[in-house]
Design a protein around this ligand. Structure first.
Ligand code: SF4
Length: 264
């Protein structure tokens, strides 16, 4: 196994200042050179992640690409992922799945479509199907590339191009598109023939699990189509904000009844 590459806040803070006005490709190049095998593009193949993947592939074709299959993705997304694999034949794709024991326990206790019943059950489902598999993936990385942008959502307004990810073992989170706009992303897609999920053409602006995503109506916020039945709940699943820690984790254990079957 290659040696871990670890930064502290001070070192990374200095690098962040240097990289903050660099082009996304330069930020990606820094990430690939610094972390080698220990960095991956982590993506659900939405348009921003596709741009990061495309840029990384042009620098290093055998880049690692990690995704989580929640088991509830739209059929169109599965087909699209196959298309992406064919488009980037040298990239190394790794798919992480939820723990079947967690899924069985959750579904047997609360039903298959538990997410519609309450916000805590929706967060539980996201936790079991997305956050935990992601944590497993990140546990073996020193850095990850995301497609986050500052203008996507208020909770993302302060992200840096590189930052220490204190929610995930203090590995380095690299957000090369932090200062890009949605328009710049789509311009890149057109200029470089990047494949995009066909659901965008049907009015989707943010694409996640099938039962939890719908197209938006004119004038609605881009993320309004996620968990649209909820009011006043964060439009996040816990991957990019720390709802998986502390009290919530405790609640998850309680809901899943963990500790009784000894598998965690
Ligand atoms: S988006 Fe919906 S189906 Fe997907 S993990 Fe979250 S609650 Fe479950």
């Amino acid at each position: 196994m290659t040696e871990r590459v670890v930064f502290d806040d001070l070192e990374l803070g200095e690098i962040a200042i240097e990289l903050d006005d660099q082009e996304p490709q330069e930020v990606i190049r820094w990430g690939l050179e610094t972390f080698g095998e220990r960095v991956a593009v982590v993506t659900s193949f939405q348009v921003d992640g596709m741009v990061v993947l495309d840029m990384a592939y042009r620098i290093r074709p055998d880049v690692r690409v990690i995704t989580v299959d929640t088991g509830r993705l739209p059929a169109a997304t599965y087909e699209f992922i196959e298309q992406v694999r064919a488009h980037y034949p040298e990239a190394r794709f790794e798919v992480f799945f939820p723990d079947y024991r967690d899924v069985e326990q959750m579904v047997n206790a609360h039903g298959l479509n538990l997410f519609y019943k309450s916000v805590p059950l929706r967060l539980l489902c996201c936790h079991v199907r997305k956050v935990r598999p992601l944590l497993r993936a990140l546990a073996d990385l020193d850095a990850w590339f995301t497609g986050l942008r500052r203008d996507q959502w208020a909770s993302r307004a302060a992200i840096r191009k590189v930052e220490l990810d204190h929610d995930h073992n203090a590995i380095v989170k690299i957000n090369p598109l932090a200062d890009w706009t949605k328009e710049e992303v789509w311009e890149y897609v057109r200029a470089h023939n990047v494949p995009t999920n066909p659901l965008y053409e049907q009015g989707y602006t943010s694409i996640g699990c099938d039962p939890c995503t719908r197209p938006i109506r004119p004038g609605e916020d881009d993320r309004a189509g996620r968990w649209w039945w909820e009011t006043n709940a964060p439009k996040e699943c816990g991957i990019h904000c720390p709802i998986e820690t502390g009290g919530f984790e405790h609640e998850v254990h309680a809901i899943l009844g963990e500790g009784h079957n000894g598998h965690h």
